[in-house]
Design a protein around this ligand. Structure first.
Ligand code: R5P
Length: 291
């Protein structure tokens, strides 16, 4: 059974369509004091249930999600899986300064207690090798690369795939290979939440190609915006920017427009006006062997 948490209905419907299922209804509303009311409208007893909830802005969503998971278990669901197309709280994976909370570990602990399985798309594994280092439940990471490569092949002639930092090399290299295109990777230093420095490798020999900047997350968009500027300073045309997860802080699209990018495209792991790449089929296939 598949059930959408509020705001995830469209993605859950796509999964249902792919898997030939009907979504379980979850009634949700707020009491006048702001607390959540939840009620499952179908009998869950003996069924494996996948709760679909993308976890951008996780502070606003997590409590409802945990209530839903606990309730599903109480109502007799055999296994309760979390399908989180975007998995939040992956950035703070170390105590950089005394006293800081390593929130990725605490968040993983909370979700691992509430769920039996986890499925997500391209989690932001920075200093971690895999989700299993912090999640104690079986987990699966779906790669969006095939869907991004398909979009580039259909929409961008003669692409040059560019990763804005060393971490993005994994996506840039794979997507470029799938498009039979060259790739290049920049070197980024983060100076603050909205401040980055980027060094570009020599790019001028690819002046006849269309640059495609590719990253896992677009949040403040400062990374993409500065990388786009570096590309144009090297004499290449304005890049197409592709993000797996369009987290987009309120000023992010403005920063990208200010950098003169040609187009911004994201996958639908987070619903946004820039969504142009559908990963629901990839997620649905991965759900088939999640049980
Ligand atoms: C960082 O390591 C990620 O891969 C992204 O580059 C980062 O999250 C982008 O952040 P922002 O859009 O705020 O520059």
């Amino acid at each position: 059974m598949i059930c959408a948490l509020p705001g995830n209905e469209a993605f859950a419907e796509r999964l249902c369509a792919e898997l030939g299922m009907r979504a379980v209804e979850l009634e949700w509303r707020r009491f006048p004091d702001g607390e959540s009311y939840l009620r499952f409208r179908q009998d869950l007893k003996g069924h494996n249930l996948a709760l679909v909830c993308t976890l951008n802005d996780p502070d606003s969503k997590t409590l409802t999600l945990l209530f839903a998971a606990r309730t599903a278990r109480e109502l007799g669901a055999s296994k309760v899986a979390l399908v989180a197309p975007y998995l939040g709280y992956m950035r703070q994976d170390r105590r950089f300064q005394d006293g800081e909370a390593v929130t990725s570990v605490h968040f993983a602990g909370l979700l691992s207690q509430a769920f039996d399985r986890l499925l997500t798309v391209d989690p932001h594994l920075h200093r971690r090798g895999s989700l299993s280092e912090i999640y104690s439940i079986p987990s699966k990471a779906v790669a969006a690369a095939p869907a991004m490569a398909q979009w580039i092949r259909a929409n961008v002639p003669e692409p040059l795939v560019v990763g804005p930092d060393s971490e993005s090399e994994q996506w840039a290299a794979e997507v470029a290979a799938a498009c039979a295109a060259p790739h290049a990777v920049m070197n980024k230093t983060r100076l603050g939440d909205r401040r980055v420095e980027i060094e570009a490798p020599p790019l001028s020999r690819w002046k006849d190609r269309t640059p495609v900047l590719l990253d896992d997350i677009i949040s403040s968009a400062r990374t993409m915006a500065l990388a786009a500027r570096k590309i144009q300073e090297a004499g290449l045309r304005a890049p197409v920017c592709i993000g797996v997860h369009g987290v987009f802080s309120p000023d992010a699209l403005g920063a990208l427009r200010g950098a003169g990018v040609a187009k911004v495209v994201t996958t639908n792991t987070i619903a946004h006006e820039t969504n142009g790449i559908d990963v629901s089929a990839l997620v649905a296939r991965a759900m088939e062997d999640l049980a």
